[in-house]
Design a protein around this ligand. Structure first.
Ligand code: NAG
Ligand code: NAG
Ligand code: NAG
Ligand code: NAG
Ligand code: NAG
Ligand code: NAG
Ligand code: NAG
Length: 438
C-alpha cells in the first residue's frame, strides 16, 4: 500500500502551516524542494507512574515522562495526543469504547480495517515481535507484547491522520481494543503511541519523511518536532554518527532500531578504561546501542556501567554524600544515589559525562546527571540518583540512550543518509531560528 499521500493541495514546495498549541500560535513557512517540512510543538508530559502508553518490547519499568505531540485522526477529526517513540514501529491508539478510549473508529467515516489478505497484513508486519494474524472476520489482527509481559490486541487499520495542517490518508496503525494492564490509569489511556523507528510500518516510514528532528527543552516541558528536511546545520553544525545496519538477522539485535556505535565514555576529561569491544554487539546481536525517545534514562551494559559508576563516584566523593542502602535501586536499575539536604537549593558542580559515539559526542552535565526521586526523604535529605542505569539489572541486552540525556540537544534522524546528527543547543533559541517559539 502506498500510504504516503501528503494532503497539501497546492503543488507548492513551500508548505505553510499553523501550529495548534494555544500559547504558541504562530505561522511559519518552510521551503523544501523535495518534501515539505513540518514543525510541531512537542510536549514533555509527566504521566503518573504505572501507566500507559507502553511501548512494545520496552524496558520492564514504567517511565514517567513522555514526549507527546497533538494529532487528529479520522473523519471528522478526533483529537489525540501521541507519544513519540523512536524505539518502536507500529503506532497505536486505544479504541476500546468501554474504556476512556483515545479514538472511536465507529465515528470515523474514513476508518478502514485492513483485511488479512492485504500485503500490509501478510508481509509488512514481519518486523513486529508477533506478526499479524487473521481474525474470524478475515481482518488483520495485531498483537503487541511488552517487556513486562502484558500485551494489547486489536485491528490493524488505516485512517486519516493530520499533524499540524498536513495530513496523510490511509496511515496504518493499531486500533487496540483489549489492553491488558491492570496498573494503567485512566488519564494516560487518552494517549496513543507514534512509532518512529526504521520499520516499514512506522509513522515516519509511512509519511516517507527523509528525516525528522526534535529538540527537548531542559528547562520546561516543551520542545519542537520537525518532520521532514531541516536546515538545522545553518543554525549550528551537526556532528553525525552513522546508523549501524547488519545484514543477517541476529536474535538480540533490533534491526529497525536507531543503532549507533558507542566507542567510549569520559567523566570530565578522564576516558574510562573500557575496551572498545565492550561497546560492540556480540555474535548474538546483544550489545547494540539504541537511541530511544521512548525511554527516559540511559542504560549501559554491566561492565561499562560499573566502570562509569566507579569513576563518577570517585570524582564526586568530595562533593556529594552517597546514599548507602543496597536495597534501594531506583527503577530497578539505578543503584548510585546520593543524599542531598532538603535545605540545599542547588546541586554542587558535577563532573560531566560524555558519551562518545563514532563521529559525534553527547555531553551530559549539570542537573541532567542526577534525578531527584520524588517522595523519597531520608531524615532531612532528599534522594538523587545517577541518571545512568545498569541494563543487566533490567535484563536488557543493549545500551539505550534515553530522552533525559537528549535535552537541549538537536537530534536529527537522517533516514535518507542513514545517520544521526547531534548538536548541543538551547532548544528555545533553536526553535526561534525556525520561526517557532518553544
Ligand atoms: C535551507 O536554507 C537554504 C538557504 O538559506 C534555502 O535555500 C533552503 O530552501 C532551506 N531549506 C529548508 C528546508 O528550509
Ligand atoms: C511519577 O509521577 C508520579 C506522580 O505523577 C509520582 O508519584 C512518581 O513518584 C513519579 N515517579 C518517578 C520515577 O519520578
Ligand atoms: C481539537 O483541538 C482543537 C485545537 O485545540 C480544538 O479547537 C477542537 O475543538 C478540538 N476538537 C475536539 C473534538 O475536541
Ligand atoms: C474493552 O475493555 C473492557 C474493559 O477493560 C473489556 O472488558 C472488554 O473485553 C474490552 N473489549 C474488547 C473488544 O476487548
Ligand atoms: C477520560 O479522560 C479524560 C482526560 O484525562 C478525563 O477528563 C475524563 O474524565 C475521563 N473520562 C472517564 C469516563 O474516565
Ligand atoms: C579516585 O581515583 C584516584 C585514582 O585512581 C585514587 O587515587 C583516589 O583515591 C580515588 N578517590 C576516591 C575517593 O576513591
Ligand atoms: C542545611 O541544614 C543542615 C543541618 O540541618 C546545616 O548543617 C546546613 O548548613 C544547612 N545548609 C544550608 C545550605 O542551609
Amino acid at each position: 500500500m502506498k500510504a504516503c499521500i501528503f494532503c497539501n493541495s497546492k503543488p507548492n514546495p513551500c508548505l505553510k502551516f499553523q501550529s495548534l498549541l494555544l500559547l504558541l500560535t504562530l505561522t511559519s513557512t518552510l521551503c523544501s524542494s523535495q518534501s515539505p517540512s513540518l514543525i510541531l510543538p512537542l510536549r514533555t508530559q509527566e504521566i503518573p507512574s504505572g501507566s500507559f502508553p507502553k511501548s512494545p518490547n520496552k524496558l520492564p519499568f514504567h517511565h514517567n515522562v513522555t514526549l507527546t505531540v497533538s494529532v487528529t485522526v479520522g473523519t471528522p477529526p478526533q483529537n489525540v495526543s501521541m507519544v513519540i517513540d523512536t524505539g518502536s514501529e507500529l503506532s497505536w491508539l486505544n479504541c476500546n469504547r468501554t474504556r476512556n478510549f483515545t479514538f472511536d473508529p465507529t465515528r470515523s467515516s474514513s476508518y478502514k480495517p485492513i483485511p488479512c489478505s492485504s500485503p500490509t497484513c501478510t508481509t509488512r508486519t514481519q518486523d513486529l515481535s508477533i506478526p499479524a494474524s487473521c481474525d474470524s472476520n478475515k481482518l488483520c489482527h495485531a498483537t503487541l507484547t511488552y517487556a513486562d509481559f502484558s500485551s494489547s490486541e486489536g485491528c490493524l487499520a488505516a485512517d486519516e491522520f493530520s499533524i499540524g495542517s498536513s495530513g496523510i490518508s490511509g496511515l496504518v496503525f493499531g486500533c487496540m481494543d483489549s489492553i491488558f494492564d491492570p496498573n494503567s490509569d485512566e488519564d494516560s489511556k487518552n494517549t496513543g503511541l507514534m512509532g518512529m523507528n526504521r520499520g516499514s510500518l512506522s509513522f515516519v516510514s509511512q509519511m516517507a519523511f527523509p528525516k525528522f528532528s526534535y529538540c527537548i527543552s531542559g528547562s520546561d516541558f516543551s520542545g519542537v518536532l520537525l518532520l521532514g528536511d531541516s536546515n538545522f546545520s545553518l543554525v549550528a553544525p551537526l556532528n553525525y554518527t552513522p546508523l549501524i545496519q547488519i545484514s543477517t538477522p541476529l536474535p538480540y539485535f533490533d534491526r529497525v532500531a536507531y543503532t549507533v556505535q558507542l566507542e567510549g565514555i569520559k567523566v570530565l576529561n578522564k576516558l574510562l578504561p573500557i575496551p572498545k569491544s565492550d561497546f560492540e554487539p556480540d555474535h548474538t546481536g546483544a550489545g547494540q546501542t539504541m537511541v530511544d525517545s521512548g525511554t527516559q534514562f540511559t542504560f549501559l551494559l554491566g561492565p561499562v556501567y560499573t566502570a562509569l559508576r566507579t569513576e563518577f563516584l570517585n570524582q564526586t566523593a568530595h562533593i556529594l554524600r552517597v546514599y548507602e542502602d543496597p536495597n534501594f535501586v531506583f527503577q530497578g536499575a539505578m543503584d548510585l544515589c546520593y543524599r542531598v539536604g532538603l535545605n540545599q537549593s542547588k546541586l554542587p558542580q558535577l563532573p560531566s559525562v560524555t558519551l562518545m559515539f563514532r563521529g559525534a559526542e553527547m555531553k551530559v552535565s549539570g542537573n541532567q546527571l542526577l534525578y531527584r526521586v520524588r517522595g523519597e526523604v531520608r531524615g532531612s535529605d532528599s534522594l538523587y540518583c545517577f541518571t545512568f542505569g545498569n541494563s543487566d539489572l533490567l535484563g536488557v541486552e543493549a545500551f539505550v540512550i534515553g530522552h533525559h540525556h537528549q535535552q537541549n540537544v538537536w537530534m536529527e534522524f537522517d533516514l535518507h543518509n542513514s545517520r544521526i546528527g547531534l548538536a548541543e543547543v538551547q532548544c528555545d533559541l533553536a526553535g526561534q531560528k525556525f520561526g517557532f517559539n518553544v
